[in-house]
Design a protein around this ligand. Structure first.
Ligand SMILES: C=CC1=C(C)c2cc3[nH]c(cc4nc(cc5[nH]c(cc1n2)c(C)c5CCC(=O)O)C(CCC(=O)O)=C4C)c(C)c3C=C
Ligand SMILES: [Fe+2]
Ligand SMILES: [Fe+2]
Length: 346
């Protein structure tokens, strides 16, 4: 943008825009040892994720964990890798979601809105996308962590990284962060529709529907992280929306890491217990804490957790995919965005 009173050598001032920057967890650039090591090192060095003092944790992380885990996790990533695109499913799905959100938001608000995504760990980095938005003229940014539930280990650290990126800006934009949306009717409705696509009514339903949420150390709940309570509420609201009997739908937590007690019951133990002790033969599992399918759903749920159920005597295991780029999901996310742009873009 140029105006008459500007001297010839005045820096270019772009037309002001409003940015909507979605943020997901991040994923390795590849599944080889060094890509995995780089990703896990960044992730597991984050104090919001693992809060032990560095003098105690770093020797363990840099020693045994980053020697062994990159091989193990790399082998798991290889089984789910999107070889055509050369990237992990989390990356492909996040890009597809954000392309749809961009189309809807641009149709609604025109070229004054700029929509993009970044990752908390790895690429595209939060810093690079904040730099790009500011350079493109965004004088306002709505930052949107793509997690339905708030946890300091996910949304909290995503926001931290956003604020770190702002520290580097000469011309800081005005900013907002989007709130969690675990109890919104449109998000619950999107979850319910994903169940009803597979089981149109309770008559068709399996003996149990397991809502398996990513876990975290129990200690974090005691220290005030609201994630556990928000997960429980999502299951309750989903049960009410589906109209199924409450005893058919359960909450469990997966992906235990390290020696501490994590939120319970553990999914892998509960599905085995159901088969062994209650004689349950048919279950379905869904993962409402994940906005996109990823290693934890495609490999852990459909691999390890499914095997635990079948080895314990279970016969039918169905995985209900995450909301990904479902239309109902895009509608729910668009509503959260438009509500949080209120007064900026109408
Ligand atoms: C070690 C502590 C971890 C905590 C606490 C944690 C919380 C947490 N994570 C998600 C969402 C995702 N996690 C993913 C992968 C993943 N998570 C951890 C550890 C913790 N997560 C690790 C070590 C990994 C890497 C995979 C592995 O090596 O096994 C992913 C998937 C990434 C992908 O590329 O597909 C997501 C998404 C939530 C919602 C959450 C909240 C409590
Ligand atoms: Fe995780
Ligand atoms: Fe709780």
């Amino acid at each position: 943008m140029k105006t008459d009173h500007m001297p010839e050598d005045h820096p270019q001032v772009p037309m002001p825009k409003t940015g909507v920057l979605f943020s997901n967890l991040g994923t390795p650039d590849n599944y080889d040892y060094w890509s995995m090591r780089r990703y896990l090192n960044e992730f597991l060095s984050d104090k919001r994720v693992i809060d032990y003092p560095a003098w105690k944790w770093q020797p363990i992380l840099q020693g045994p964990i980053l020697t062994i885990r990159p091989f193990r996790s790399g082998a798991n990533y290889k089984t789910i890798w999107n070889h055509d695109k050369g990237e992990s499913p989390l990356m492909t799905i996040t890009r597809n979601q954000v392309a749809k959100l961009d189309a809807v938001l641009t149709e609604r608000f025109g070229e004054q809105v700029m929509v993009d995504f970044c990752m908390r760990y790895g690429n595209p980095s939060t810093r690079s996308k904040v730099d790009a938005m500011v350079a493109a003229g965004c004088t306002r940014i709505l930052f949107f962590p793509l997690y339905p539930h708030y946890s300091a280990t996910t949304s909290g650290t995503a926001n931290d990284q956003f604020f770190r990126a702002l520290m580097a800006q000469t011309r800081q934009p005005a900013v907002r962060t989007a709130p969690e949306y675990f109890d919104r009717a449109d998000y619950i409705d999107a979850l319910a529709k994903s169940v009803e696509r597979v089981y149109p009514s309770e008559v068709d339903a399996p003996e149990r529907l397991i809502c398996s949420y990513h876990g975290m150390p129990e200690r974090y709940l005691m220290e005030g992280d609201p994630y556990h309570c928000q997960c429980q509420k999502t299951t309750r609201l989903l049960t009410e929306r589906l109209g199924w009997s409450a005893s058919r739908i359960q909450t469990t937590f997966q992906s235990v890491f390290g020696p501490e007690e994590w939120l319970k019951p553990y999914t892998v133990e509960e599905v085995a217990r159901l088969a062994k002790e209650e004689g349950v033969k048919r279950i379905a599992v869904m993962a409402p804490a994940f906005s996109a399918d990823c290693i934890e759903t495609l490999e852990e749920i459909q691999g390890e957790i499914c095997e635990a159920f079948e080895e314990a005597g279970g016969e039918s295991f169905t995985y209900i995919p995450c909301l990904n780029d479902d239309d109902a999901h895009i509608t729910a996310l668009t509503s959260v965005v438009t509500e949080n742009l209120n007064g900026w873009l109408d």
